[in-house]
Design a binder for this molecule. Structure first.
Ligand code: DGY
Length: 325
């Protein structure tokens, strides 16, 4: 055996495929998470202490988690978000952190369109009605001609834009780091300020990372700027939205509806949002397609193996790790 690799994310562990085969073929023993949920910083520490690499879902990794991880060379995220990992602490310890850019953008974009349609046409309500023997029908709105405001126009935001454009939506976006024009093929979108986007959109969808700058970006003031007929969609990260303020906006009729695939606390427990008819919930399943599981899994495994071989894969988040003394 060459060493050990910790694997945590449930779909990565449970789905047979090349992503698992190449790790074993490279001579690594696979150590599985004991839980089917993200591990806390304390839970993951003893597991990281005994491995050379870790392929992780949304587990929390702090400086304390890696204090005893003397062999650990790489944390390969099975996904694109790194808000659950203390990147500066990993760099200081010489641990390379990688992600899988683009691997899940189609899956997340498709779920986003599904949630937009579910809100626009009240699909969960309709399903509940028919199952209960009723024939209740709520009048919806059409996407064609409606304005979609995208906060964040990275790979996922652009994949949403292409799909929404095909539905006939007008698209505006806010992104402090806008993509180059050549990355915007397949759709037309106009840049706007965050204030104008919030005030002018019928649907607002979040596609940005969670950081100290973006935490609670959608707070009570931002929600108050939105049209009362508007819908908010969050397939990015829970901490981007002040959920208490959202509850107040939705329950008072100040906002028409919202659909979330990501929550500040996951699972969201007894969040009051779950009691509202104009709120749709999904269990952080944006990447959960057969294709993305394999694509993202293979990329995560290749990233880990590349670092273990002494190479520098494309998805490195902390390149400074290679230039430390
Ligand atoms: C991501 O890519 O970070 C998704 O949330 C799945 O982990």
């Amino acid at each position: 055996m060459n060493g050990k690799i910790l694997i945590t994310a449930r779909s990565f562990r449970k789905t047979p495929g090349r992503h698992l085969d190449i790790l074993r073929e490279a001579g690594y023993e696979l150590i599985e998470s004991p839980h089917d949920r993200p591990l806390t910083a304390a839970e993951i520490a003893p597991l990281l202490a005994d491995v050379d690499a870790a392929i992780l879902g949304l587990d929390e990794v702090t400086a304390e988690s890696v204090a005893g991880a003397s062999r650990l060379r790489v944390i390969s995220r099975y996904g694109v978000g790194v808000d659950s990992i203390d990147i500066a602490a990993m760099t200081a310890r010489g641990i390379v952190v990688t992600v899988t850019p683009g691997a899940n953008s189609v899956a997340v974009a498709e779920l986003t369109m599904g949630l937009i349609l579910a809100l626009a046409r009240h699909i969960p309500y309709a399903d509940r009605e028919v199952r209960q023997g009723n024939w209740g029908r709520k009048t919806g709105v059409e996407l064609s001609g409606a304005t979609l405001g995208l906060i964040g126009l990275g790979r996922i935001g652009r994949d949403v834009a292409r799909r929404a454009y095909a539905f006939g939506m007008a698209i505006c976006y806010y992104d402090p780091f806008p993509p180059p024009p050549e990355a915007m093929a397949g759709f037309t979108a106009r840049a706007c300020s965050l204030e104008d986007l919030l005030a002018g959109s019928d649907f607002v969808s979040l596609h940005l990372p969670l950081s100290e700058e973006t935490r609670n970006l959608i707070d009570a003031a931002a929600l108050a700027r939105m049209k009362p007929s508007a819908y908010l969609i969050n397939t990015a990260r829970g901490g981007l939205v002040d959920e208490q303020a959202l509850y107040e906006a939705l329950s008072s009729g100040r906002l028409a509806g919202a659909a979330f695939d990501a929550f500040a606390q996951e699972p969201p427990g007894d969040s009051p949002l779950l009691k509202l008819d104009n709120f749709i919930a999904s269990p952080h399943a944006g990447s959960a397609t057969a294709q993305t599981t394999l694509r993202m899994g293979l990329m995560a495994s290749e990233n880990a193996l590349a670092v273990l071989r002494g190479e520098r894969p494309d998805g490195v988040v902390n390149p400074a790790v290679f230039s430390r003394d």
